[in-house]
Design a protein around this ligand. Structure first.
Ligand SMILES: Cc1ncc(COP(=O)(O)O)c(C=O)c1O
Length: 372
């Protein structure tokens, strides 16, 4: 292995792990008859698209930029859903997609003539008013949610020109949660499903996580397909990038404050791994041991006081120059990074199945100045 060649900090995707996930998703498609498309918001590392493309039906975009990426770099089906569309982007966007989903009836009213003119498939995002996501930040069915149309607003009949329904209320959930969510969808929207040609189950399906009940997922998809005579689409992001790589960082200094030791790394939770602070969650670090005798906080290199996470234990003392590897840092990381404090973006690369490392990108002042 050529770990030495990997710069620091660097997001490193592991080719074999990515392929393993893609094979699982492909198996689900083949066994269930559903289409699986990649949610770019979670995983947009387009240098890996030559690997991803053969397995997935297309990609789904949340903006014109992502739609361009889907169309230019993925090149298969392009699905689009934005919570609200920007008027002067709409002509370009609508011509790029195969499917477009509207978040509200007013947005549909505004753009329905354009949709009919272009002849693209259109859907409404619905709010099933059911979610088992416990963190409100990630719960689209929270009271007063701005995401999706409630059933009473649509009534008995799908608006003319709408051929699909779309819901997204899962986040890293199991198939059993999907089962209960589908019950809520059927209860509130079953009559509309009968009128639709297709339904998009959104993302949040932890299909590639160990222990996920794939048989149940396949059965649920088949039930909906048969009972309502609809095509089913899934649009996971995290399931594609799940446990497919890491963020390598290096300890620059060790600060001791009142006995609390902090490893100051050349990366940042705030700028490079924001979900750790937003969710919040404690990332796994390679080599840590909950019973280890050496305990540290790990601190990012921005001046944000809260840019640190505590409670990492190791069997040996960690010193400046040592490598710290954060596991599972491929989905929802690269797509969320910032240059806050002027910190560089981590490089991006791939550890190939043959053990070699390929550097895709590295960043400097140009990327910083271009964003401000
Ligand atoms: C509408 C929609 N579809 C798909 C996804 C992808 O979800 P995940 O990456 O959890 O599979 C998201 C994530 O926020 C989303 O909002």
């Amino acid at each position: 292995m050529t770990n030495q060649q990997i710069p620091s900090p660097c997001f490193v995707v592991e080719e074999q792990s990515l392929l393993n996930n893609l094979k699982v998703l492909d198996m689900v498609q083949k066994a269930s008859g559903a289409k699986i498309i990649l949610a770019l918001k979670g995983f947009a590392m387009y240098k890996t698209f030559p690997l991803v493309k053969p397995f997935l039906a297309g990609a789904t975009a949340s903006s014109l930029n992502e739609a361009k990426l889907a169309s230019q770099e993925f090149g298969k089906e392009v699905h689009v859903y934005c919570p609200a569309y920007i008027p002067n982007e709409m002509d370009e966007l609508i011509r790029m997609g195969n499917h477009i989903t509207f978040n509200s009836l007013s947005q549909w009213e505004l753009y329905k003539d354009k949709v009919k003119e272009v002849g693209i498939e259109a859907a409404l995002r619905i709010n099933p008013e059911y979610s088992e996501v416990t963190t409100d930040l990630y719960n689209p069915a929270v009271k007063g949610s701005r995401l999706g149309v409630r059933s009473e607003l649509i009534g008995d009949t799908l608006p003319e020109g709408i051929s699909g329904l779309h819901f997204h209320t899962l986040c890293e959930n199991d198939a059993e949660v999907l089962e209960r969510t589908l019950e809520a969808v059927e209860e509130r929207f079953g009559h509309l499903l009968h009128q639709a040609k297709w339904v998009n189950f959104g993302g949040g399906h932890a299909i590639t996580r160990k222990g996920y009940n794939i048989e149940l997922l396949i059965q649920l998809i088949q039930n909906i397909k048969t009972n309502y005579n609809v095509d089913v689409i899934l649009e996971p992001g995290s399931a594609v990038g799940w446990e497919t790589g890491f963020l390598k960082s290096t300890v620059l200094d060790v600060v001791d404050s009142e006995g609390v030791k902090t490893l100051m790394i050349d990366s940042s939770f705030a700028a490079h791994m924001p979900d750790c602070l937003e969710m919040p969650y404690k990332p796994r670090v390679r080599g840590e041991n909950p019973d280890g005798e050496f305990e540290y906080n790990i601190g990012g290199m921005t001046c944000l006081a809260g840019d640190f996470i505590g409670g990492f234990k190791f069997d040996k003392e960690i010193k400046a120059g040592d490598t710290i590897i954060f596991e599972d840092m491929i989905h929802y990381t690269m797509v969320k990074t910032t240059t806050f404090n002027g910190v560089n973006l981590p490089s991006i690369g791939m550890l190939k199945t043959d053990g070699s490392f390929e550097l895709f990108k590295s960043y400097g002042y140009e990327e910083f100045i271009s964003r401000i």
